[in-house]
Design a protein around this ligand. Structure first.
Ligand code: HEC
Length: 124
């Protein structure tokens, strides 16, 4: 059983203990190379549901519990934190079709987090 999250927004204080104080790789999050690798991972594994433009308009809509949020949204970005997104990518989101990505390495997860968090500012 994976520990699933109900949301990845809000303060990190509401995250499960494993993620609450997780060291955040600030250099990686600021790196263009990491964003680029994250975009490749996103297109390969996430775009099906989240859309190639990361706007929530994936090819797969049928059977999804909820329509994915648009990562282009400034409102979404304002509520998102690196640890929160990392936690959802790791564990999935409870009550939705968002799976946990146990097959990604920690490095790959931070790269895809870098990409997802950059979309509202730098585009898809
Ligand atoms: C099978 C379809 C599917 C796939 C594949 C998928 N997701 Fe999701 N994802 C969802 C759904 C449905 C939700 C719940 C609705 C929402 O919160 O956007 C979600 C939620 C999320 C959230 C939480 C948004 C929020 O603020 O609550 C993040 C972050 C996320 N996905 C990132 C990813 C990443 C990164 C990948 C690829 C590694 C991925 N997803 C792959 C369907 C999918």
């Amino acid at each position: 059983m994976s520990l699933a999250l109900s949301a990845c927004n809000g303060g990190d204080g509401r995250l499960p203990t494993d993620y609450r104080n997780l060291p955040v790789p600030a250099d990686l999050l600021a790196s263009d190379e990491a964003r680029e690798r994250g975009r490749e991972i996103f297109r390969e594994k996430c775009a099906l549901c989240h859309g190639v433009r990361a706007d929530g308009n994936g090819v797969r809509q049928e059977g999804l519990s909820a329509r994915p949020v648009s990562f282009q949204s400034k409102e979404w970005r304002a509520s998102a934190t690196p640890r929160g997104v990392y936690a959802v990518v790791s564990e999935g989101k409870r009550g939705t079709s968002m799976p946990g990505w146990r097959t990604l390495t920690d490095q790959e997860k931070w790269e895809v987090v870098t990409y997802v968090l950059s979309v509202s500012g730098d585009g898809p």
